[in-house]
Design a protein around this ligand. Structure first.
Ligand SMILES: [Zn+2]
Length: 337
């Protein structure tokens, strides 16, 4: 018996699907599974989206697909997770419900709060469906290109990612995210691009259509660029962060307003990332992975400016102070280790 009951919607016909995305979204009353029959009913694929309530590209793509009507190659279960967080005003701005845990950090015991129970229910349902592949569709909070994240670099995983993007990050960081769960099949997180980027909606829809219309899934669709084992630059719990073009003395950390332009480019030691007091590096920490590395190994303060010590590839850079605080400011991979 799952911990929390999800709503179930079976085989929506195009005429049952609301014309506008807003009306479609309004019709969902909580976490929902939409079941669609495919040509081959012996196989099932799962697409999860809206684990984060401020990341709508996946749900917009699902709405488009249902309006068009579709017969996918296999059965598909679409799982729409944080409907309540997404509906909290202003809509599509809350990553999670205010004061509650991030749902994509709850796919690991203990499951004792509501978010944990919802994660457990989703996990149990996916396990029951015995899928051949699981996709988890997200947006980044900052503007930037699409990329994917997985915990393995096997060929099947690369193939799944390649329907959406040529960029894949293989991470050894464990946070309790959905992709860390062993469903007996490949699981990939797709970051379609920034919530504000129209391109992200196109990436989500195109990628899903290809994924759903492909009979044999595991052929790599394009040359892939692999980035391995990123680190996270996190903010200490008691430290404050904001954005601006010069040091804001009210804050511990001021990050450059245009910092998201570094997403997936090469950040050089000359580049200014932000402004800090001379001992300001103490306001940062790295993820807790046992690498023996410290913030000082990668970053330095020169004349009050935050810089990197070696060329880095930054991604998932956020310009939202709340997300920088609750999750991280960005991920990075050294380019000359
Ligand atoms: Zn997300």
């Amino acid at each position: 018996m799952p911990a929390i009951q999800l709503n179930h919607w079976y085989q929506p016909e195009p005429e049952q699907v609301q014309e506008s995305f807003q009306a479609f979204f309004a019709s969902l009353s909580g976490a929902t599974v939409i079941h669609v029959n495919g040509e081959d009913a012996t196989r099932t694929r799962v697409i999860v989206t809206l684990l984060h309530g401020n990341e709508p590209s996946g749900l917009k793509a699902i709405h488009q697909l249902f309006k068009q009507g579709m017969t996918p190659k296999t059965n598909v279960k679409f799982i729409i997770a944080s409907v309540v967080a997404a509906k909290t005003e202003p809509v599509f701005t809350h990553r999670m419900l205010p004061g509650k845990r991030d749902l994509n950090r709850c796919f690991i015991a203990p499951y004792d709060d509501l978010q944990g129970q919802l994660a457990k229910s989703i996990q149990e349902l996916i396990t029951e469906y015995q899928p051949e592949a699981v996709l988890d569709i997200h947006n980044t909070s900052g503007s930037g290109p699409a990329f994917s994240v997985a915990i393995t670099e096997c060929e099947k995983t690369l193939a799944l990612a390649s329907y959406f993007t040529h960029r894949i990050i293989v991470t050894d960081i464990r946070l309790g995210s959905l992709m860390e769960v062993d469903f007996g099949c490949p699981v990939v997180t797709i970051e379609c691009g920034g919530v504000q980027d129209r391109e992200a909606d196109v990436t989500a829809l195109d990628g899903m259509m290809k994924f759903l219309n492909q009979g044999s899934l595991f052929e790599i669709q394009q040359d892939m660029a692999l980035l391995k084992h990123p680190r996270r630059l996190q903010i200490m719990p008691e430290s404050s962060i904001g954005y601006g073009e010069r040091l804001n003395p009210q804050l511990d950390i001021t990050i450059c307003q245009d910092v998201e332009r570094h997403n997936f480019g090469v950040t050089q030691p000359d580049d200014v990332l932000g402004y800090l007091s001379p001992d300001g590096l103490r306001h940062f920490c790295l993820d807790s992975s046992e690498t023996g590395k410290r913030v000082e190994d990668y970053f330095a303060i020169q004349n009050g400016q935050l810089k990197c010590k070696q060329p880095l590839r930054l991604f998932m850079v956020t310009t939202r102070a709340d997300i920088a605080k609750s999750d991280c400011l960005f991920y990075f991979v050294p380019l000359s280790d």
